[in-house]
Design a protein around this ligand. Structure first.
Ligand code: TYD
Ligand code: MG
Length: 458
């Protein structure tokens, strides 16, 4: 039996149990239940007297609602992921690996918003004020009127935010905060949940936009309970592939905007620079396109993005052939390989297959299927695709090439960047700037690649 006031909280899902178990009964994770002391013994939670409720005021669906006011911070890539700026009274959680640049990004966002007249605060629980200031100076932000504080005590932060009317507050990070109402250590589920709950309430009550930084676990989830993700209005992931300067801000949840939007940044000596035209960044434009490379005309959020997909198909040196994929789903790769084998007569059984999305981008669109298949076929035949060709289309298990969304935007972006050919679904709309090779089946597309048989004039 647990001690008075002690409960066992799952560090993975946040479920609270009254007794310890090896496996969390709620989410099934092993060895995640950790004893946490709550302030009140369980008995004290009983309500003493049933409270009288207020009358609910119902409203109709058709009543006029003004669009939420937004604070445009001036960091456009950030604002777009937010859905056009930060909504006052909302709470945003930004997660990412250590060192990816969360603190850098949010300092820039706060400084930029402050320059446009918003009252901004940056509260760091990880770094001293001097460190934050030195970084701001290095990034050329010293003139922005952001108020800095280094604090981890939740009570002090809440009191401080009540005392001054801020528009936007960054709290870096939620895992460093502790509330004296709970005995558990900082970073524990109880503390993270308490701190997030308190700050979200404060945001709603005072109309402050609160941005919380959250660390992520090895598995990529934001550390601490999932409940924090449910409490906030928006969850953004800040991602970057090791060794690349590119950083991508991706909406995972957004009550005030679309979730498939991305913001692209490049980390440099003076902080993060916004990348307004990401296509140029993910394309390898120098020299001839090698065999095994295909340019995918993709859509990320509201923007078309061209990105090179590289494949290498090589004889396998070991008994079990290797499949390695970076920036794409490995299950999807297995499916495409199976369709290429079953429907197009290619064989990968004794060959290693590597697939890489250039520039560190992660692609989740099914529209990339045909581009991946084209890269694989191109490598298998050692036959390069035309330098000026983009590819898109979804592939079904039966080997059909299916139409995808917004084909006209994809072709327009390709034309804008100097591409003159496209390979895609047979019934795609055509534009006059691009010579379109349509394939209704993957086998047609593979034959076209093998024979270098392209429609239209070069
Ligand atoms: P940081 O914002 O501290 O990451 P996080 O808060 O996500 O842990 O960024 C840390 C990395 O960014 C660090 O490795 C150095 C690099 N960096 C630059 O390359 N240029 C810069 O101008 C800044 C401020 C950081
Ligand atoms: Mg940091």
């Amino acid at each position: 039996m647990a001690r008075d006031g002690a409960v066992y909280a799952c560090q993975s899902c946040g479920a609270v149990q009254s007794r310890w178990a090896g496996q969390c009964p709620a989410c099934g994770a092993w060895n995640t239940l950790v004893e946490e002391l709550t302030s009140r013994p369980p008995g004290a939670l009983k309500p003493t007297k049933p409270a009288r409720g207020r009358h609910l005021a119902f409203e109709g669906l058709d009543e006029a609602t003004p669009a939420p006011r937004r604070i445009a911070t001036g960091v456009e890539e950030w604002d777009r992921v937010c859905g056009g700026g930060v909504v006052p009274g909302s709470a945003i959680l930004v997660g990412g690996d250590p060192g990816v640049g969360k603190s850098t990004l949010l300092l820039q966002v706060a400084a930029s918003a402050a320059r446009r007249g918003a009252a901004c605060a940056y509260i760091s629980g990880e770094e001293a004020v001097e460190q934050v200031r030195a970084r701001a100076q290095r990034m050329g932000l010293a003139d922005a009127s952001v108020k800095l504080a280094a604090e981890t005590a939740l009570r002090a932060i809440v009191d401080g935010l009540k005392a001054e009317p801020f528009d936007l507050v960054v709290v870096d990070s939620i895992q460093t905060l502790w509330s004296d109402a709970h005995e558990a250590g900082p970073g524990s589920v109880t503390q993270v949940r308490a701190a997030a709950g308190e700050l979200v309430r404060l945001a709603k009550k005072r109309g402050v936009a609160v941005i919380l930084v959250g660390h992520v676990t090895k598995e990529g989830a934001i550390a601490g309970p999932r409940v924090v993700e449910h409490m906030v209005d928006a969850v953004f992931a800040f991602e970057g592939e090791r060794g690349y300067p590119f950083r991508i801000l991706r909406g995972a949840k957004n009550r005030f905007g679309a979730t498939d939007e991305i913001g692209v940044f490049e980390m440099g000596d003076a902080g993060l620079a916004e990348v307004k035209n990401p296509s140029a960044l993910f394309l390898n434009t120098a020299g001839e396109r090698a065999a095994g490379a295909a340019v995918f005309a993709g859509i990320e959020g509201s923007r078309p993005v061209l990105v090179e997909i590289q494949a290498l198909v090589a004889p396998s040196a070991y008994g079990t052939p290797r499949r390695a994929v970076v920036g794409w789903d490995s299950g999807r790769l297995a499916m495409i390989l199976a369709v290429l084998e079953a429907r197009c007569g290619l064989s990968f059984g004794d060959r290693d297959v590597y697939l890489n999305v250039a520039g560190g981008l992660r692609i989740s669109e099914p529209a990339a299927d045909l581009a991946a298949a084209a890269a694989l076929a191109s490598s298998a035949f050692d036959q390069a695709l035309p330098q000026d060709c983009v590819v898109f289309g979804e592939i079904s298990l039966s080997g059909e090439v299916r139409p995808v969304s917004r084909m006209d935007s994809r072709l327009k972006e390709a034309a804008k960047l100097g591409f003159r050919r496209a390979l895609g679904p047979a019934d795609a709309e055509r534009t006059d700037q691009i010579a379109f090779t349509g394939a209704s089946r993957l086998a047609d597309a593979v034959r076209r690649i093998h024979d270098a048989d392209w429609d239209g004039a070069p």
